[in-house]
Each structure stands twice: as structure tokens, then as C-alpha cells.
Ligand binder design. Structure first.
Ligand code: F6P
Length: 329
């Protein structure tokens, strides 16, 4: 009986559970045995590995996060850590491993592949910054969460004639900011990929106020000033404080933070997880390795993981332009 392992690694993303469910049920349908590896690569080298049956994935489709849990594991980058991981894989007799996560997760998959095990990757990150796929699991739900927050903020911004600077996640990319900004009616969108002039934004806010539009939402990507984990002051506060100082507008700053990662997955992410999970098992059964299951032009597309890691995915600059036109300023 063929044995397949699954792990989720890196930041969790809504829809990961749909992928886990699809992998387990597809594998069982094909008479394979499935093992869930807990807490990412750390669980692999520590032997936190559990057999999964069909019931193990009941009632999880609607849940955000990942039932297998996730972690970042520095030990996996050491020769000793890798040796431990290999011993676990050999002991279990796993044929293939399906990893669900972002580019760091895919780099881990390559290491496992070099050890002689088949690996297939499923892109899951709210940042949507993985190459060779239009969508990663979790992005759609996150954008909807941001839209919900923007709607609520808009109510109070209007009521008090205020400027709100709203900071969204995305690490060093602006996918969340552009998609939510375009569809949530942001008056300005600031992303790391495009240079901007804060003085021009201040002038624009003053012009708007002068013609009677005193409330605005400025959507700011967290990675404006580099890696968000390394900066001293978050992008939202840098931009918000500048606007407050240079416009005199009543300005508030909201950092949406980790609420963007949780919550029940959208239709789109459940479907993506289900289609990708199913395909990943089929690839393992076909003997494929180092492949990533992507979703491009509204259909499943297979690429080399290596290519996905090396491909720099860029935001749609025309959507950013369009958002500016739609702001009507
Ligand atoms: O990669 C997903 C993500 O949510 C980024 O948008 C964010 O910068 C980062 O993870 C936050 O990481 P952590 O949960 O470790 O604080």
C-alpha cells in the first residue's frame, strides 16, 4: 500500500484544511495510506506523525487555519535536522510528501526531494506572491476579510470626516493591498512595488477636503519600508503620522494584523484547496516529483517547484492605475 505524507508549513492560510481533506480522501479513494505530519518540518524531524483516515478530516472544510498546525523550523536547515527528517521518512516508508505553504515550504520540499522522496507542493499563502500560479490558497478569503474591515472603517470615517490609514499584510508584496484597494474603493493604495510621493497624497487629501469630501481610506501594504519584521515603525504609522502632520486632517491608523489570516475560507479558497489537493495526490500516483499544483487562467496548471521559487510574481500595475481612476479624485 502506497504511503503519502502531508504537511503545512509557514504562515497558515484559510483553505489549507480543504486541501488536507482533499488529499486524504483522494488518497484513501486510491487505496493509499495517509500520514499527517504536525507543525511543519519540525514535526517531521521530531516524529510528530499521525495516520489519517476519512473521519480525521470531517468538519474541517469550513475552518480557517490548519488542523495539522504550522511552524517555522530553523533546525531543518541544519545537516543534523535534515538527517533526522530523512530517518523519519525512511522509518515510515513514505513514498511521497505533499507540502502546503509558501516559497520557504517549497524550498524544504526540494531538500526532501534531494533525499530521494517524491514531493509535490500546493501554494498556500495569503500574500499570493508565489510564482507560476495566479492564486494561492488563502488570498481570496483574506481580501474579503480586508474588504469587510474597510466597509466598517468607511462608516466611521464618513461619520467623523476622518482620514483612515489602513495597513494590510503581504510581507514584501502588494497583492492584498491592490486587490482590496481596488474593490474596497480606497482613495490611495501604497505598495512596495511602486514609488509614491506622500506630499502628493497630502495635497490630494487637502484638495478633496476643500471640495467637500473629508473622509478617505489610504490602504498601505505592510512591506513599504522593507521586511515588516525588521522595521522599527510599521508602514501604517509612518504614513499616518506624516499625513496627520502635513494635512491637519483628523487621521486614524488601523493595522489589521492577524485577523487577516483567520476566518472561514471563502468558496474560492475551498474550491482551490479541493482541486489542488486532489491533483497533488494524482501527481504522486503518476510518479511526478518536484511539481507545484498552480491555478492559472481558471484552471489547474502544473509547474516545476524550482521554477515557481525562481519566478518573481508581480502585482497587476494596471489594476493599481484603475483603482486611482476609480477613486475619482
Ligand atoms: O506570509 C504570511 C504573513 O501573514 C505575512 O503577510 C506577514 O508578514 C507574516 O506572515 C506574519 O508572520 P507571523 O505570523 O510569523 O507574524
Amino acid at each position: 500500500m502506497m504511503k503519502i505524507g502531508i504537511l503545512t508549513s509557514g504562515g497558515d492560510a484559510p483553505g489549507m484544511n480543504a486541501a488536507i481533506r482533499a488529499i486524504v480522501r483522494t488518497a484513501l479513494y486510491h487505496d493509499c495510506q495517509v500520514f499527517g505530519i504536525k507543525r511543519g518540518f519540525g514535526g517531521l524531524l521530531n516524529g510528530e506523525i499521525v495516520p489519517m483516515n476519512s473521519r480525521a478530516v470531517s468538519d474541517i472544510l469550513q475552518r480557517g487555519g490548519t488542523i495539522l498546525q504550522s511552524a517555522r523550523c530553523p533546525e531543518f536547515n541544519t545537516p543534523e535536522g535534515r538527517q533526522k527528517a530523512k530517518e523519519q521518512l525512511v522509518e515510515l516508508g513514505l513514498k511521497g510528501l505533499i507540502v502546503i505553504g509558501g516559497d520557504g515550504t517549497f524550498r524544504g520540499a526540494q531538500v526532501i526531494n534531494e533525499m530521494g522522496f517524491q514531493t509535490v507542493g500546493i501554494p498556500a499563502t495569503i500574500d499570493n506572491d508565489i510564482g507560476c500560479t495566479d492564486f494561492s490558497i488563502g488570498f481570496d478569503t483574506t481580501v474579503n476579510t480586508v474588504l469587510d474591515a474597510m466597509n466598517k472603517i468607511r462608516d466611521t470615517a464618513f461619520s467623523h470626516d476622518r482620514v483612515y490609514v489602513v495597513e494590510v499584510m503581504g510581507k514584501k508584496s502588494g497583492f492584498i493591498a491592490v486587490s482590496a484597494g481596488l474593490t474596497g474603493g480606497a482613495e490611495a493604495i501604497l505598495v512596495p512595488e511602486v514609488s509614491f510621493d506622500l506630499d502628493e497624497i497630502c495635497s490630494q487629501l487637502k484638495r478633496s477636503a476643500a471640495v467637500g469630501k473629508a473622509h478617505s481610506i489610504i490602504l498601505v501594504a505592510e512591506g513599504l519600508n522593507g521586511d515588516p519584521k525588521e522595521v522599527e515603525k510599521s508602514s501604517g504609522f509612518v504614513v499616518g503620522d506624516y499625513i496627520r502632520k502635513h494635512t491637519g486632517c483628523d487621521t486614524r491608523i488601523t493595522v489589521l494584523g492577524h485577523i487577516q489570516r483567520g476566518g472561514t475560507p471563502s468558496f474560492f479558497d475551498r474550491r482551490l484547496g479541493t482541486l489542488m489537493g486532489n491533483k497533488a495526490v494524482e501527481l504522486i500516483l503518476d510518479g511526478a516529483t518536484e511539481k507545484m499544483v498552480g491555478f492559472t487562467n481558471n484552471q489547474i496548471q502544473i509547474s516545476d517547484i524550482n521554477k515557481a521559487i525562481k519566478t518573481k510574481k508581480t502585482i497587476d500595475f494596471s489594476e493599481l492605475e484603475l483603482a486611482h481612476v476609480m477613486a475619482g479624485l
